[in-house]
Design a protein around this ligand. Structure first.
Ligand code: PLP
Length: 285
């Protein structure tokens, strides 16, 4: 089945869904994005993702005429047209098509909005079952990581370096502290059973899954500290995990080759993953 892609109000076969060479998303990474997970044909936490999209737009003075209801309708149409059961909807908004210039174009320049679906095993993820090995890498990204832009080359380089070191993914480290994963937020459970994840700032993405998991952990009665932690603290933790829309809660079983706990997914991470799945299914749209 050929995939149907959304582009500026139209649903087209993917081969016909093309963007201009002069699009600022292509030339300058002047673009933001969101990824919503899909389970059983329904969207997970999509209102949170739309709210963060609006925040990224405001930080970058970007415009979009579509309301959240229209975005939801578009996501649902894509899911239906592509018969997507499990996977994700990717949305990207760029500042539009205009002659190349560092200055932003006039505010009435029409933006480019594209979206597409992708199949992905989320519930029965092999990585979540086995647990992820992470390798630390220096965090060399820009300093507005709270804005979800498509400047993803460095996270991609860091992931490749982690893979070359025998790991599955990178945890990024700045001034001695873990900021987040290449495409996820990072958590540890200390030997004293305190759940630790970095406080929100411009240093990291404000993960939608991170927020949901913190709230579920609070409901569980877990002690939570919002603070930065070092790679050494992670290596001596009882458990560690990462969160993102499509990895949900995925255990981290080693950091730079040091096994965490027994080197298998831990019970607290497993429980939070199960609760997040349950919560997702109950609130899917
Ligand atoms: N941090 C980074 C750098 C990311 O790219 C992502 C997701 O892509 C996340 C965290 C997790 O965010 P969310 O839970 O909203 O998917």
């Amino acid at each position: 089945m050929t995939r149907t892609v959304y582009i500026n109000g139209q649903y087209l076969p993917e081969a016909q869904a093309t963007v201009s060479v002069f699009d600022r998303g292509f030339l300058m990474a002047d673009a933001i994005y969101e990824v919503c997970a899909v389970l059983e044909g329904k969207l997970i936490d999509c209102q949170g993702h739309f709210t963060r999209l609006r925040r990224s737009m405001a930080e970058l003075s970007m415009n979009l005429e579509l309301s959240d209801d229209a975005l939801l309708e578009m996501h649902r149409t894509l899911i239906e047209k592509n018969a997507l059961d499990e996977g994700l909807v990717y949305l990207q908004l760029t500042r539009g098509v205009v002659d190349r210039d560092f200055a932003y174009p006039p505010e009435d320049t029409p933006p480019t909005l594209v979206a597409f679906t992708q199949d992905k095993a989320i519930v029965e993820s092999a990585l979540a079952k086995r647990g992820a090995r992470v390798a630390t890498q220096p965090d060399l990204r820009w300093h507005r990581r709270d804005i979800k832009t498509t400047q993803l080359l460095y996270p991609s380089m860091a992931k490749m370096a982690a893979k070359a070191a025998g790991a599955d993914d990178a945890w990024l480290v700045e001034e001695g502290y873990v900021t987040e994963g290449s495409s996820s937020n990072a958590f540890i459970l200390t030997q004293d059973n305190v759940l630790v994840t970095r406080e929100l700032s411009t240093d990291l993405l404000h993960g939608i899954t991170r927020a949901a998991v913190i709230s579920l952990a609070e409901d569980e009665g877990l002690a939570i500290e919002l603070r930065a932690f070092t790679p050494d603290e992670a290596k001596s933790a009882r458990e560690a995990f990462m969160t993102s829309a499509t990895s949900m809660v995925t255990s981290v079983i080693s950091v730079d080759g040091h096994l965490i706990g027994s080197g298998a997914p831990g019970p607290v991470a497993d429980k939070l993953r199960a609760h997040y799945l349950e919560h997702s299914r109950a609130h899917a749209m």
